[in-house]
Write a protein that binds this ligand. Sequence first.
Ligand SMILES: NC(=O)C1=CN([C@@H]2O[C@H](COP(=O)(O)OP(=O)(O)OC[C@H]3O[C@@H](n4cnc5c(N)ncnc54)[C@H](O)[C@@H]3O)[C@@H](O)[C@H]2O)C=CC1
Ligand SMILES: O=C(O)C(=O)Cc1ccc(O)cc1
Length: 369
Amino acid sequence: MNDLTIGFIGFGLIGGSIARAIKEAHPTFTLLSYHYSTGDMGKGLEDALKDHVLDFVYKDLQEGFSSCDIIFLCAPVLSNITYLEQLKDIIKPSCIITDVGSVKGCIHRAVEEIGLKSNFIGGHPMAGSEKTGYENSHSKLLENAYYILTPTDETPPATTEILYHLVGSMGAIPLVLDYKEHDNITAAISHLPHLIATSLVNLVKESDDSEENMRTLAAGGFKDITRIASSSPAMWQDICLTNTKSIQNFLDKYIASLKEIYYALEEKNEKYIYDLFDIAGEYRDSIPNKSSGILANVYETYIDIYDEAGSIATVATLLASNQISIKNIGIIHNREFQQGVLRIEFYEREALIKAVELLKKYRYTVYER
Ligand SMILES: NC(=O)C1=CN([C@@H]2O[C@H](COP(=O)(O)OP(=O)(O)OC[C@H]3O[C@@H](n4cnc5c(N)ncnc54)[C@H](O)[C@@H]3O)[C@@H](O)[C@H]2O)C=CC1
Ligand SMILES: O=C(O)C(=O)Cc1ccc(O)cc1
């Protein structure tokens, strides 16, 4: 690939992770970001310049973005759309504009209205987390995750090809989809689950007693299925406001299925209740655990540690001093590990393998699953 100049508008978890991955794969590319707020640059952009992930930050779109070969829109879905009009007058004719938004229909319609169809290709990395900001970004965040591209009839084939290769060089798996199909699929597998997790958390919050016993006892399964309720409200507000019809379609079906369960319980319908769990379990188990999906690969290990102050820090320091980056670390208690173990998650398989070797060398009991 020739050296490219790539611009970012919106530079948080996803923008930062894409920039890191591109800089790692293509150190000679020039990366720049727009600084949209009126105050100072903020820690994220400052750190990205210090890390040499970004080469330049511009307060004025016109100044930096007219030289861009590719522009990534990485702000919340509705904010991304507000930049199209401005960019139309700034970009060079060959510039490719792409976005990472979780909803595709709205931006495709705006691109058509504004007359940017031949410059635009939609994108959506199917990986991420409930965290936000550059400080949580990582070059391996998108590794082995599907990265959906939504070209239309008017997208030049060369544009799709360039993005396809660029996404592949980030370690992600490019997958071309029609944007309408994209919005239907993500409503079912991502947007509805976020609403279910969120409403469940709020239900428990509202049902709790004054001693907050529910909050104290909520663990295991409850925490497993509600992690995504901690996601960015600003980002999810835009998703709900833009993929509304598709979400409502699945919400309708989901409400109907909950009502069916309600009546099956009322009737003590043994077969219905058994099949409910049996059918769901079989389908859930058929979803590949260690392959790409809405959740990227999980590279995790579990170790026994003494439950005393400083023991997590000791493990974290040991790994960090051996250049092993941790994605997540924390003590978990569940049915499998009743006594509690330390769960450590890594960004990549190599880091997991290196960590297991190191922890065994230091005589930790490591559970490999
Ligand atoms: N978080 C996730 O797991 C995933 C998010 N996405 C999509 O990626 C996009 C960005 O999400 P994250 O990076 O997770 O969020 P984030 O909150 O980490 O980053 C968003 C960034 O956009 C900036 N921003 C907000 N309004 C802006 C505006 N008007 N102009 C310019 N910048 C603005 C914020 O300051 C922040 O730095 C969203 O469209 C989201 O739908 C896609 C895949 C996964
Ligand atoms: O944190 C998780 O598990 C997610 O589901 C992350 C996520 C959020 C939004 C997307 O459009 C894609 C992925």
